[in-house]
Design a protein around this ligand. Structure first.
Ligand code: PXP
Length: 250
């Protein structure tokens, strides 16, 4: 059974498009609420919730993390950059796991894997702090043997293989080669004793292939689930609004 981690960041992206700068914890019209969405996702079978508190706070806010901590009945996977401020925050929140990702302000979503080799000392400090606190560290890396081996060497128990490069070429002739890279990465990570998760760009079409990845424990999916929820929910949303606008015609 492959587990499903649901990433709720894009729900917060929609909220921020209208309510950036509001007091979002005051009663009122602030919507959509990513925490309420997470609870619905859990009730529908999500095995865990991923929430990315970015340095620029472009979608998820700190109050979302604290409210999710109160409301979640599954596991919280806190995605974050490898910085002293985020390490301190994670130690306060005490999620089940943290997923360490690279962050650059320009990217719309996480674009590439973490350079564990290039940032060895920073990553090691983070892994050690989390291990000491009993929080699982997952390193979000490209399916690259050297990155995988260094992840294991630093004592991280989990890796999340970045599936974005494969997802981006899924409709092209390069897809088989990218999938082969992921398969080799999953095999190397498993051999190194790492738990193998995967995520980024997984959707309703390509999931049939990625589910064949060897040793994969959990897929983390966000954008496609939120997109689907918008499409499947729009009919009810329109019908309800029309009824409220014209109650006498009911
Ligand atoms: N895993 C990680 C580490 C991510 O950064 C993201 C994107 O926020 C995802 C999974 C989910 O990617 P997507 O939104 O494309 O499903």
């Amino acid at each position: 059974m492959i587990l499903l981690g649901v990433n709720i960041d894009h729900c917060a992206t929609v909220r921020q498009a209208r309510y950036r700068g509001y007091d979002q914890t005051a009663p009122g019209p602030v919507e959509p609420d990513p925490v309420a969405l997470a609870v619905l996702a859990e009730q529908a079978g999500a095995d865990g919730i991923t929430i990315h508190l970015r340095e620029d706070r472009r979608h998820i806010q700190e109050h979302d993390v604290w409210r999710l901590k109160e409301a979640s009945k599954t596991r919280i996977n806190l995605e974050m950059a490898c910085t002293p401020a985020m390490i301190a925050f994670a130690l306060k929140v005490n999620p089940h796991s943290v997923c360490i990702v690279p962050e650059s302000r320009e990217e719309i979503s996480t674009e590439g894997g973490l350079d564990v080799l290039g940032q060895r000392d920073r990553v090691q400090a983070c892994v050690e702090a989390m291990n000491a606190a009993g929080i699982v560290t997952s390193l979000f890396i490209d399916p690259d043997r050297a990155q995988i081996e260094m992840s294991a060497q630093l004592g991280a128990p989990w890796v999340e293989l970045h599936t974005g490069a494969w997802a981006n070429v899924w409709h092209t002739a390069e897809r088989a080669a990218e999938f082969a890279r992921l398969v080799a990465g999953a095999e190397s990570a498993h051999e190194a004793g790492l738990v193998v998760n995967a995520g980024h760009g997984i959707n309703y079409a390509n999931v049939a292939e990625i589910r064949m990845l060897p040793h994969v424990r959990e897929l983390n999916i966000g954008h496609s689930l939120i997109s689907r929820a918008l499409s499947t929910g729009i009919a009810e949303a329109v019908q309800t609004m029309r009824s409220l606008m014209n109650p006498k015609n009911l």
